[in-house]
Design a protein around this ligand. Structure first.
Ligand code: KIV
Length: 271
């Protein structure tokens, strides 16, 4: 058990201290009250209300369709379930890229209406003005570099980013810019482990990896992937801790068969 399991409320300062102490940060996504409460009680440090809600909750192919209102609904539900974890909320596509005034207005709306603790924005220098203004408004911001799914149509593919030196160099510079702009942490998604190690060592703020190797200061996984609710999505970086797809299918098949056989409800289950 780490010293940090005794911390009553995780804040952005706790995460900075964890990096200094070499204590790894565990982050997972959640989109509703029940799972958020489970993860919070299980000792997760950070809960991300990810815009992956667009994929795993709404069934869209990309994260782009998710609206600000939908994100606020998910985040409100998550916040109600959380007592200890730091809640980070993704700013949806289109709510911060076009100009920094729109970014601040969207950010303030999310913070006011959800009670969440911080926001995450994708991108480096392209969105730096928005990040600076949101930070200046007193809102903690987590950055996100590497594979940034809101830019999927620019990338054209979900393969590993920054394998070429030019993109790796841009990522190194962007990480420093985000740190200077006041981000309290940065997600590094699907980049070579050696680059993630270099970037993590060059920053005083923590990095949280997903497909970025063990040298990041923390790790994040999408709950549906790590719990095996999605079985089609099996990237190399994913460790599946449960096979809920199989377990839930089995349980529901059993229920169907019990109902059809008039085995459920029995006398003890009746009034
Ligand atoms: O939306 C999300 O789930 C994310 C994680 C993959 C980091 O941004």
């Amino acid at each position: 058990m780490s010293t940090y399991s005794a911390v009553k409320k995780i804040t952005t300062n706790t995460l900075l201290k964890m990096k200094t102490d070499g204590s790894k940060i565990a982050m997972i996504t959640a989109y509703d009250f029940s799972f958020a409460r489970l993860f919070d009680q299980a000792g997760i440090d950070v809960i991300l209300v990810g815009d992956s809600a667009s994929n795993v909750m709404a069934g869209h192919e990309t994260t782009l369709p998710l609206t600000l209102d939908q994100m606020i609904y998910h985040a409100q539900s998550v916040v109600r379930g959380v007592q200890r974890s730091l809640v980070v909320i993704d700013m949806p596509f289109g709510t911060y890229q076009s100009n920094s005034d729109i970014a601040v207005a969207s950010a303030i709306r999310i913070m006011k209406e959800t009670g969440g603790h911080s926001l995450k924005l994708e991108g480096g220098r392209e969105v730096l003005d928005s990040i600076k203004k949101v930070v200046d408004a007193g809102i903690p911001v987590m950055g996100h570099l590497g594979l940034t799914p809101q830019s999927i149509y620019k990338f054209g593919t979900y393969t590993v980013r920054a394998k070429e030196e030019a993109e790796a160099q841009k990522l190194r510079e962007d990480a420093l810019l985000l740190q200077e702009a006041g981000c309290f942490a940065i997600v590094l998604e699907k980049i070579p482990a050696s680059l993630a190690k270099e970037v993590s060592e060059s920053l005083h703020i923590p990095t949280i990896g997903i497909g970025a190797g063990v040298h990041c200061d923390g790790q994040v996984l999408v709950m549906h992937d790590m719990l095996g609710i999605n079985t089609e999505f099996k990237p190399r970086f994913l460790r599946q801790y449960l096979n809920l797809h199989e377990q839930i299918t089995g349980a529901v098949q059993q229920y169907v068969s019990d109902v059809k056989a008039k085995d459920f409800p029995n006398e003890a289950e009746s009034y």
